[in-house]
Design a binder for this molecule. Sequence first.
Ligand SMILES: Cc1cc2nc3c(=O)[nH]c(=O)nc-3n(C[C@H](O)[C@H](O)[C@H](O)COP(=O)(O)OP(=O)(O)OC[C@H]3O[C@@H](n4cnc5c(N)ncnc54)[C@H](O)[C@@H]3O)c2cc1C
Length: 401
Amino acid sequence: MTRVRKALVIGGGIAGPAAAMALQKAGIEPVLYEAHPQSADGAGVFLTLASNGVDALQTIGADRTALAAGFPTPVIALRSTTGKSLGETRTGLTPPDGTTSRTVKRADLYRALHEETASRGIRMEHGKRLVAVEETGDGVRAMFSDGTEAIGEVLIGADGVHSTVRTLIDPAAPAPVYSGLISLGGYTGDAAVDDAPGSYTMIFGKRAFFGFAIAPGGEVWWFANVPRSREPARGEVEAISGQEWQRRLVELFTEDAGPAVRLIQASAHQDIMKATAVHSVPHLPTWHTDRIVVIGDAAHAPTPTSGQGASLSIEDAVVVAKCLRDLPGPQALARFEALRRPRAERIVKQAARINSGKVAGPVGRLFRDAMLPLILKMVADSKQARQVYDHHIDWDDATRS
Ligand SMILES: Cc1cc2nc3c(=O)[nH]c(=O)nc-3n(C[C@H](O)[C@H](O)[C@H](O)COP(=O)(O)OP(=O)(O)OC[C@H]3O[C@@H](n4cnc5c(N)ncnc54)[C@H](O)[C@@H]3O)c2cc1C
């Protein structure tokens, strides 16, 4: 059986452009299709790329541009509602080459990845929302909502947590699980904080969770996770204005020690980004057919608590390209799932456990605040942490079926 020469990649978020670059490096022609008409700047304010994600970006030579917009944040300080220190957590381990995790605005990361793919001559078409796909024996035909079609030998679904490709592979695939949290955030250059540039603090508040990082120029990047038991309808929380969120958040954080209220009040309404309901995808019966596969959040979305969603997506992108380089299409996709599923699902599970600490009631809070310092001590530098952050993909190592 022959190797794949042309791949259709659906989704121009993080996994899609990374996969396109990795496929090109593997000698396969990629074409990217993104639903949004202009850019794929989605919901979510900023994210941490852990050291394993940075390492995967290095494999495809896309680390420099992608990371230039962000700054290193290797450690996160955790505090309780009273301001008491609960310990520190790492966003990665520092490997011998000194690569550390970085925090970067999501929109800047998207933009950088798009510029990088364009500079390599990779075709990306906007305004192409995939609605159907047909397997044709030796290839696939993709159909878009504007009535156009595209033909390739495989189709890679990098279309995020609410993936269409996932349901085209398996109409009975479980729906994403609502985490009980609404996430939003913003920016302000108008609030003085004592913390040094590069520092990152998270606060387990009485009624909601707050985090803030200080950018090198002094701008403060903040986010809030607000517990809400009823799952909102699609678009419901996105429709709430920045001004209304500002009012609600000030009320939610008013009893907590720390600068949350000050930072929220100092943010201009237009600098408070759209909120989003947080979902995860813990386990799918299958990730692929003979010619179609899902990668990134479409296959295994962890909650943002893990700080691993973007990094796992980039790892997937590199591995799926390697598999397609080394094996015929159907075997390649099966091998990809076998290689990636255990790691991805383990991390999604770990994130779900930590997530419950963010929605804890008064008793849970007491227990969490007592136990967290011990747990953090145990986890730091543990085998488990090393498996997550030290993960390295050897591009030159041949994939065997
Ligand atoms: C609030 C928030 C905070 C986060 N914080 C972190 C963090 O600190 N660290 C971290 O690693 N991760 C974080 N994440 C997760 C991270 O953003 C995701 O894991 C990552 O974006 C997944 O990349 P992806 O390419 O799989 O999906 P996405 O980035 O969601 O991209 C999917 C793309 O597919 C497009 N698309 C969707 N449907 C179709 C269709 N039918 N046809 C064509 N295109 C389509 C979308 O428009 C989008 O551009 C966070 C997520 C959120 C919501």
